[in-house]
Unconditional design. Sequence first.
Length: 194
Amino acid sequence: MTRMKLAGCLAAVAVLSACGSGTNTGPAVSSGCCVGLPQSGTLVVGTPAAPPTQALIPGDASAYSPPPLPVLTAVDLAAAGGRDEIAFTVQGDGAVGWSLRVVSEVVPYGGATIAPVAGESIVQVDLSGVTGPGEQPRQHVDPDLGRVVEVVELPAIDSIVQSFIGLRADAGAVEVDERAVDGGMQLVVSIGDR
């Protein structure tokens, strides 16, 4: 019986190793769209608040008031050096988690319904620990871009802002960088040739 359990465990480990656990956060190479995805990280904006120095008492709301979250203030599209760039500008103080991945369909967090995103491939960008302007989805388009068809930015729900980047076929390599700007930071998603 013990050998059967051991064999079953080894088989399960082999299957999981072959298929991947779905938690890869570093650059990955895919055979189709978007070489370099999935990726994730943290964008530090301003000066993040220090944790409370005193013990919190359950039910005592006056003991600690969390600082305001950083705000996504702009999503800008531009052509730069033969690449298409999408810059997410965040202002305020705090740490903003981010992740990018290729998705086969748009499934908004919180069950919101949006119009389909144009493009042959879709990259989902999630920002967490952030608020965003507006209460309606926003469409960003730049006809001068060669790879990006559109970016659809959704309003914040539970401190999560999602954006979906619609790409033309065979969009190429995706790179992510940070850039300091006046009063904040930018998460820059750059899409170019492989």
